[in-house]
Design a protein around this ligand. Sequence first.
Ligand code: FAD
Length: 307
Amino acid sequence: PYDVLVIGGGPAGAAAAIYAARKGIRTGIAAERFGGQVLDTMAIENFISVRHTEGPQLATSLEAHVKDYDVDVMNLQRAEKLVPGTDHVAVELANGATLRSKTVILSTGARWRQMGVPGEDQYRNKGVAYCPHCDGPLFKGKRVAVIGGGNSGVEAAIDLANIVSHVTLIEFDGKLRADDVLQRKLRSLPNVDVLLNARTSEVLGDGKKVTGLVYENRIAGQRHTLSLEGIFVQIGLLPNTEWLKGTVELSSRGEVVIDHSGQTSVPGVFAAGDCTTVPYKQIVIAVGEGAKASLSAFDHLMRTSAP
Ligand code: FAD
């Protein structure tokens, strides 16, 4: 069996694997798609000390860094089941194989819920964005819409209002669901409009970038067009944890519940990054969390296994 088996090959998993391998213990990493969300990202300018990189380039560096060490890299492997045991934890893969390890680090990340309307895919990273902390500065002085009136949508609108010229917040329902204090802050801002009962139905573009969106007023049934340069979709971040239901404690949002050291509810199983309850889903945070979970796994091994 492995000493440390990492499931997920994004920034959190890569950091966990490197930290484990540097302790000279048997380390494996299985990932459905090595690189994770970073592969779908264009410019990255907030991974501290790397002033600018592109997603695919960072993904290549993550993999190269892991391969500098003695790590079993199992790419294109999807974990389907976690089976806790007394002296090891088993992970069943979609290909039928079972991997065994003394400790497991879950780092399966998350995905943004999409609107599923025409133009969204075509203009992703060309005006359609999901992360205000990442892409907000690209829209300095421009007009944007935020889709979704929950806490994350309203927080995004408040945040963006500082940077962009104008924000239109679009909510499907007849009222915002965000906390009152956020709603009050939002309504105090001069450059924010809120549209309720509005269903976004299309992303418009000129072939290269976003130029606007179409929404339908659900009460009057009329369609309207807004001219703008950016659309931030804030209708939910879905952790890739469906396969863990019933074995590891998950939050109401499906995030793996961890303590300050990255320990989950199952002894010997740790977790890191976007799939966990840790707030703020960012590369620099995922990397730090991966390192922390790995050091916690090593500490667990020191205390529980024979030398
Ligand atoms: P992920 O990157 O999601 O990696 C998860 C890994 O787990 C992948 O390898 C995946 O294939 C694998 N996996 C999932 N399920 C399974 C399974 N069942 N079995 C095996 N493997 C599995 N952050 C920034 O800091 N700066 C930015 O500029 C930035 N821009 C972004 C732009 C976009 C378009 C997106 C989508 C995200 C952006 N982010 C940015 C967020 C950042 O990418 C994430 O916070 C970060 O990648 C999280 O790392 P992670 O390792 O936790 O998860």
